[in-house]
Design a protein around this ligand. Structure first.
Ligand code: BES
Ligand code: MN
Ligand code: MN
Length: 464
């Protein structure tokens, strides 16, 4: 891999310049207004794969946003890695809270990233991490050091639930045939503490609507006698947690995997500093499920959070109104072996049951996804382990993440293969938030590590 590594060193600046161009495209998947940018983005990714040396590069149209596919098959007998990532990004809102415009990439130093970080929506999640793969592949192709077959599948709907990717995988089983899926869409613990993600939480997402009187009412004339949907909704939501921050929905914990004492002990050996954690968030205390550590609360335990709530008068000044309706968006993060569909049903049944007389409750399910835990005793995990140990000079720790990538469980179901979650971001990179950024250290470390991954994977696979 010497030639590859020196190719990377020589072309570092150009790699960064090219990433900057991709980050200028506002490929927001949630908002139809950006459809043209989504298509432009898909074309740009396809073009970057072609230039890097991929064959059969195609932008596949779907019922939603396109999927970019490309491959390099050196020999049918060699092992094949399927690289998955997403080129779509979250909306940049609230735009006014960004210190530099979200689609005008800006490089700035931070205390966590003394070598600089690139600030832009999608820099870390996930364009920067997808582009590490394109550039690592380019380097391997340019030097003739690619040791195995590679396929790329880069989608444009991850941030909106990967609605059409499952269908695409089922329809293209043969095209996507591989030995494993490699995903860089997660984080490491710190730049001096590499880690490999070995778990992702699942997701149930619902929107609730509480309807009271048939119209908005004068809160003086009617207030006191008629159920106020906002009062009711907030009370119902408050009742979903008890004083120990357990979730009160009957049956919610029935399938939850009890993690062994040993595994919990091991998990908590990962570096964690409560003072720093709170200081970073600007809070003077934490709140979570009793008898679990912060690391456990955000990885092996299920949660319920309100993501948005609205209703009534929210304009300037005061308006005395008893509103007809109130709404909330509520997400639940799931752990093995909870099932998204079942949890959504349990929520809906419970939420309707606790509604007091005088209101009507509607529950609309949104997208969901299943949790995953990936094994560590596989050639692919070992390859990631060795590759990171080499480039970081330190063995990576296995770590379960609290985030969700719903398609990973589907890869196992549809393609029959395991995934390796070798991400290079940091949890503090503000993904989905204003000032999202990706460390230059992390970007380059990813590009350097990926070739070693292929090298170790090809070697380990030929031994079995
Ligand atoms: N890359 C993230 C998931 C992630 C973030 C995993 C940090 C591990 C660490 C992904 O793009 C994402 O945001 N997923 C969504 C789910 C999706 C269905 C909208 C999430 O976790 O909220
Ligand atoms: Mn992502
Ligand atoms: Mn995301």
């Amino acid at each position: 891999m010497e030639k590859t590594q020196s190719y990377i060193q020589t072309n570092k600046q150009r790699f960064l310049d090219e990433l900057v161009e991709l980050l200028r495209i506002p490929s927001v998947s949630a908002d139809p207004a950006y459809k043209g940018d989504i298509n432009r983005m898909a074309e740009a990714i396809a073009e970057s794969l072609r230039k890097a040396g991929a064959d059969g590069v195609q932008v596949h149209e779907t019922a939603g946003h396109p999927i970019v596919y490309g491959q390099k098959i050196l020999h049918p007998d060699l092992p094949t890695v399927l690289v998955y990532g997403h080129y779509d990004v979250q909306p940049a809102d609230p735009v006014e809270l960004w210190h530099s415009p979200p689609f005008e990439p800006t490089i700035k130093k931070t205390s966590v990233h003394p070598d600089g970080a690139i600030f832009a929506r999608g820099s870390c999640d996930d364009k920067g991490q997808v582009f590490m793969h394109v550039k690592a592949f380019e380097a391997l192709m340019a030097t003739g050091e690619l040791p195995c077959n590679v396929k790329f599948m880069i989608e444009g709907e991850e941030e909106v639930g990967s609605t059409n990717l499952g269908h695409f995988c089922r329809q293209n089983n043969a095209l996507l045939a591989c030995d494993m899926v490699l995903v860089s869409d997660t984080s490491i613990i710190a730049n001096d503490t590499p880690s490999i993600t070995v778990g992702l939480r699942g997701l149930s997402y619902v929107e609730v609507e509480v309807t009271g009187p048939n119209r908005d009412l004068h809160s003086g004339v009617y207030g006191g006698a008629v159920a106020n949907p906002i009062n009711v909704l907030t009370q119902m939501i408050a009742s979903l947690h008890d004083e120990d921050k357990h979730i009160t929905i009957p049956g919610f914990y029935d399938e939850v995997d009890v993690v062994s004492r040993e595994e919990r002990q091991k998990m908590n050996e990962a570096p964690y500093n409560q003072e720093e954690y709170m200081a970073d968030l600007g809070v003077n205390g934490l709140m979570g499920e009793k008898d679990f550590t912060t690391l456990e609360q955000t990885s092996i335990r299920p949660t319920l959070d309100v993501n948005g709530i609205w209703g009534g008068y929210i304009g300037e000044g005061a308006k005395t109104v008893l509103p007809s309706k109130a709404y909330a968006k509520i997400s639940m993060r799931l752990v093995p072996h909870q099932k998204s569909e079942k949890i959504t049903q349990l929520f809906a049944d419970h939420f309707k049951k606790i509604a007091p007389p005088g209101v009507q409750v509607n529950v609309h399910p949104h997208h969901g996804g299943e949790p995953v835990v990936t094994p560590t005793n596989t050639p692919e995990y070992q390859a990631a382990f060795q590759a990171m140990a080499k480039t970081f000079g330190k063995e990576p720790l296995p770590q379960r993440s609290g985030g969700s990538i719903p398609i990973v469980a589907l890869f196992e179901e549809v393609l029959g293969v395991k995934s390796v979650l070798m991400g290079f971001g940091l949890d503090s990179d503000s993904i989905h938030s204003p000032d999202e950024h990706f460390g230059l250290f992390n970007f380059y470390k990813g590009i350097e590590t990926i070739p070693y991954f292929y090298q170790h994977f090809a070697a380990l696979k030929s031994q079995v």
